[in-house]
Design a protein around this ligand. Structure first.
Ligand SMILES: Cc1cc2nc3c(=O)[nH]c(=O)nc-3n(C[C@H](O)[C@H](O)[C@H](O)COP(=O)(O)OP(=O)(O)OC[C@H]3O[C@@H](n4cnc5c(N)ncnc54)[C@H](O)[C@@H]3O)c2cc1C
Length: 476
């Protein structure tokens, strides 16, 4: 694969010979992720070292109408960095990996887009600070996750990682550079988006279709010295929901999650396996922090009060013991233990995807019961997780779905389970997060026409040549 030798030559002129290529074996490494979206080779990969080089690249791509996709670590599992068009250039941001400033007193940090969760965690922990670590691979970038509305071990109290962003710098598709948030008004103030108009929304949740984030500032709260993980189990999703609803109202848990038996297995059983009768169907963990011992004690007391109340109401809920290793996995994020993909999909041969949605929590039971039937009918485990966000404001419902990518038939089977499950949850008001391109067919089918027109108008305004991750959102 040679591509347009002029474009490759110009890219090399911008980033240096060793940082731009069309070599097929390197294109192959960027052509896939773990989900069911079919592989496609990009035409070029460039690794710029700074904002100026990104600006030059964007100008070149506008001139030549070359499609562009920004790539952090490509650990998403929705095909978000897989080209949809021929002749695509992938801009790999790994060389922009500086932590620019950690403001220990005001508790925010400014980072470049190649900074990984592992790198950021190491520097924050030295200063007694933390961020919302996902349970994904620690190599994933903070920026790639946060601007894609990533979820973390702090989302129970603080909301999504995108809700922890305080300012950003972006190279627009045309090559113009802009800042949004307080840094737009005073160069070294990156502490807040508010009370300015929320223009960050043009760059979050758009999956690299509206610009390249080149600096990101995020809120970095202190690590409270006291931590405990309280756990319980139920036999029915309804009982688990009722417990989480009551405990969630206290808005005390950084993470309030439950997983069913299939997801708590390591790896997820593939194909479907019956749950042993002597094991609980649903297991929940709640991560509680306290700045004082008494604060933590009060939170643990509240947990026991809720359990007792639920039992009085006839719930099957009971307090359980959590293994020490699992406790570490929940509190020492980012983690090789829970972030390791083999923990999920080793039995299926290494592929994975999900119907993952933000859902009104009172729809969990109705949708999950449909999911169980859909997955069992396809001989797959309904490996499901439910999580409360921001107290009980919204909930996550997701089924981790191992995929045997060695077999086209098995891949299609898993994909169809996901698509059917997606239909059930969209009908109940769930909104898929980090959606593979196929999901957007279903989302856009249901979307308000005025909403779609607004998206198209914004996209046309900001990306007049339609070069940024074209085809990903299926609006252009
Ligand atoms: C086993 C497993 C578990 C996971 N668990 C979680 C989890 O708990 N929570 C969670 O949120 N995610 C999870 N993920 C998904 C993923 O690992 C994270 O979201 C990760 O942080 C994404 O970062 P990345 O650098 O790999 O982004 P990429 O995959 O490189 O990019 C993601 C999207 O952002 C765009 N993008 C990246 N950088 C920029 C930029 N600077 N400017 C503009 N656009 C950009 C890309 O074009 C793409 O559309 C999991 C993944 C796996 C494999």
């Amino acid at each position: 694969m040679v591509g347009n030798t002029n474009i490759l030559g110009e890219l090399k002129g911008i980033v240096g010979d060793e940082h731009a290529t069309s070599d097929k074996h390197i294109m192959y490494a960027y052509s896939y992720d773990m989900c069911f979206v079919p592989n496609k080779l990009p035409q070029y990969v460039a690794q710029p070292a700074n904002v100026e080089e990104i600006v030059e690249i964007m100008k070149l791509c506008n001139k030549t109408k070359t499609p562009v996709i920004p790539v952090g670590a490509n650990t998403n599992i929705g095909g978000l960095c897989i080209p949809k068009k021929d002749n695509t250039l992938l801009i790999d941001l790994r060389r922009l990996n500086k932590i620019i400033r950690i403001d220990e007193e005001t508790r925010y940090a400014i980072i470049e887009p190649g900074v990984s969760h592992a790198q950021f965690a190491e520097e924050l922990y030295k200063r007694g600070l933390r961020f919302g670590w996902p349970v994904g691979p620690p190599s994933g970038t903070v920026t790639g996750c946060a601007i894609s509305h990533g979820i973390s071990g702090m989302s129970g109290r603080y909301g999504l990682n995108s809700q922890m962003i305080t300012s950003m710098e972006v190279v627009r598709p045309t090559g113009d550079v802009c800042r949004v948030g307080s840094c737009a008004i005073k160069e070294d103030s990156w502490h807040s988006f508010l009370p300015l108009p929320r223009m960050d929304g043009i760059f979050t949740g758009w999956f690299g279709t509206t610009g390249i984030v080149t600096k990101l500032a995020v809120y970095t709260p202190a690590v409270p010295p006291y931590v405990d993980v309280v756990t319980c189990s139920t036999e029915e999703i309804r009982d688990m929901y009722k417990y989480m609803l009551e405990f969630g109202r206290y808005e005390m848990a950084d993470d309030l999650t439950a997983v069913n038996w299939w997801l708590s297995q390591v790896p997820i059983p593939y194909p479907y396996k019956e749950k042993p009768a002597d094991q609980h169907k649903w297991n929940s963990y709640a991560v509680l922090y306290g700045y004082t011992e008494k604060e933590l004690e009060a939170k643990v007391d509240a947990f026991h009060t809720v359990i007792k109340h639920q039992q009085e109401l006839g719930s099957t809920v009971q307090v359980t013991e959590y293994p020490e290793e699992a406790k570490r996995g929940r509190t020492e994020l980012p983690s090789q233990i829970v972030g390791s993909t083999k923990n999920y999909c080793k039995e299926a041969g290494g592929g994975i995807s999900w119907p993952g949605t933000f859902t009104p929590a009172n729809k969990w039971e109705e949708v999950y019961n449909k999911w169980e039937k859909i997955y069992k009918a396809r001989n797959l485990s309904p490996a499901t997780r439910i999580t409360m966000y921001r107290g009980i404001h919204y909930g996550m419902l997701r089924a981790m779905t191992p995929i045997n990518k060695q077999s086209p038939e098995e891949t299609e089977n898993a994909k169809m389970a996901i698509v059917e499950a997606l239909g059930a949850i969209l009908d109940a008001g769930g909104i898929p997060y980090k959606p593979p391109v196929d999901f957007n067919v279903e989302i856009n089918k249901r979307a308000d026409k005025g909403y779609l027109k607004l998206m198209c108008d914004i996209k046309d305004m900001i990306d007049p040549n339609g070069i940024m991750n074209p085809g990903q959102l299926l609006i252009r």
